[in-house]
Write a protein of this length. Structure first.
Length: 172
């Protein structure tokens, strides 16, 4: 079996998830950053996993456009979708995917989940750091998260457990 993990990432979270996931999948696994390589032949693969980060409530345009353009090919094989975001709530995950992907592709997916997030403050500008700090502090107040945020120390909420579950489903 040959599996493709296709991803796009703003700050590296989806890339980190793709790399960790690749280590848990059976068979040959290729990882392709869609921002660096747009020339992909899906017929070379038995399974496809698409990963993207959520930035300002949206997935990267490259991912959305690729999935729209290649939906027929994606629907012809086992397909998984992961997002990198700061929620585990199914309704929020569904909201992100429903506004970015076709219902047909969502219904075809073997698994859809959030694998966690990474906040690399060194890669963010001042405005982005402030917004992330405000959102995380707000989530801390509602007990949704319990993460100390200083705007300087990088944060990772990537879940090894979710990566193992995702790989297990895709390996079946």
């Amino acid at each position: 079996m040959k599996t493709l993990i296709l991803f796009a990432s703003k700050y590296g979270a989806a890339e980190k998830c793709a790399n960790l996931l690749s280590e848990k999948l059976n068979g040959d696994v290729n990882i392709i950053n869609l921002k660096e390589n747009k020339n992909i032949n899906l017929s070379d693969y038995d399974k496809v996993i698409v990963g993207c980060s959520i930035y300002v409530g949206n997935v990267q345009a490259e991912i959305k456009n690729f999935c729209d353009t290649n939906s027929v090919s994606l629907m012809a094989k086992p397909f998984g979708l992961f997002i990198s975001c700061m929620t585990d709530k199914k309704d929020e995950i569904n909201s992100y995917t429903e506004k970015s992907f076709s219902n047909e592709l969502i219904n075809h997916a073997t698994i859809i989940d959030s694998l966690g997030a990474v906040f690399n403050f060194k890669k963010m500008n001042f405005f982005e750091r402030q917004i992330v700090k405000m959102i995380l502090n707000s989530k801390n107040k509602t007990d949704e998260l319990n993460i100390k945020v200083d705007g300087k120390t990088n944060i990772s909420t990537i879940s090894d457990e979710k990566i193992l579950k995702f790989a297990s489903v895709m390996n079946d």
